[in-house]
Design a binder for this molecule. Structure first.
Ligand code: MF3
Ligand code: CO
Ligand code: CO
Length: 278
């Protein structure tokens, strides 16, 4: 087990840029999510925006952690019962689908990682509620971030909120430290007990990215070696931000003009930590 890196001022500035670029890819693709478009088309649009407009590198393309085959596309598109790592392809979106788009860019060596849920046409009441509760879970977790808090505090509030709503927390995937490396220490579990695990220190940067299922928490990996679905085929939702631990609390790094507003109960207390860049 390695240790959690503390970012320098230079690293933090690089991570602000990468984080903003990742969020801006989501702003860009939002307008294209409509019935009739395929996930492969969304991938191509995002790839070209990253490479040609931003001059950033899509981190997923050919990403190959130990035990995996190289990831073949530039973004992840996880539709309905897909929990995460959905590979873009021929799948055509239809009214009522819900899709998570997960973007990771590399800029000047630094990674920015963020995902959002999108509705294709009108969502079902369940899909809307699952996406909303999951969004609140992410923000509740983020709101715990300050020096002296523990990673277990983040997991605990997420688990409480998800299970309190009758949903379940995926255990096999978690948030992660991030910087010049895509996935580094620490692991940020989305369940747990207050006061447990690593204590937060200014300069740490990690993601909070809860995956919440409408049904049971168990998952199943598909034959492509990447796509993860709920085992019971229930809906799954996920949101993700990359966050810095500051001297007084947190700073969300994956901010953009088009990012959805935080829930009202977060905004009141933390407005200065989440402002979109001018
Ligand atoms: N962006 C995902 C995360 O939040 C990781 C995707 S890995 C890929 O950690 F290879 F599937 F893109
Ligand atoms: Co991530
Ligand atoms: Co991600």
């Amino acid at each position: 087990m390695g240790s959690i890196t503390i970012k320098t001022a230079e690293d933090i500035e690089g991570m602000r840029v990468a984080g903003r670029l990742a969020a801006e890819v989501l702003d860009f693709i939002a307008n294209h999510i409509k019935p009739g478009i395929s996930t492969g088309e969304l991938d191509k649009l995002c790839h070209d925006f990253m490479v040609d407009v931003q001059h950033s590198i899509p981190a997923p393309l050919n990403y190959c952690p130990p035990g995996y085959t190289p990831y073949p596309k530039s973004i992840c598109t996880s539709v309905n019962e897909v929990v995460c790592h959905g590979i873009p392809g021929d799948k055509v979106l239809k009214t009522g689908d819900v899709i998570n788009i997960d973007i990771t860019v590399i800029k000047d060596g630094y990674h920015g990682d963020t995902s959002r849920m999108f509705f294709v046409g009108e969502p079902s009441i369940l899909a809307k509620r699952l996406a909303e509760i999951t969004y609140e879970c992410m923000w509740l977790g983020i709101s715990k971030i300050r020096p002296g808090s523990h990673l277990g505090d983040i997991g605990h509030v997420i688990q409480q909120h998800a299970e309190g709503a009758g949903f379940s927390v995926v255990r096999e995937f978690c948030g992660h430290g991030i910087g010049k490396v895509f996935h580094e220490e620490p692991q940020v579990l989305h369940y747990g007990r207050p006061g447990t695990l690593a204590e937060l220190v200014p300069g740490m940067i990690f993601t909070v990215e809860p995956m919440i299922n409408a049904g049971r928490r168990e998952i199943r990996e598909m034959g492509d070696g990447w796509t993860i679905k709920t085992r019971d085929r229930s809906l799954s939702a996920q949101w993700e931000h990359t966050v810095l631990v500051t001297d007084t609390g947190f700073e969300v790094l994956t901010v953009s003009a088009g990012m959805p507003a935080p829930p009202a109960f977060i905004k009141e207390h933390h407005a200065g930590s989440i402002a979109a860049p001018a």
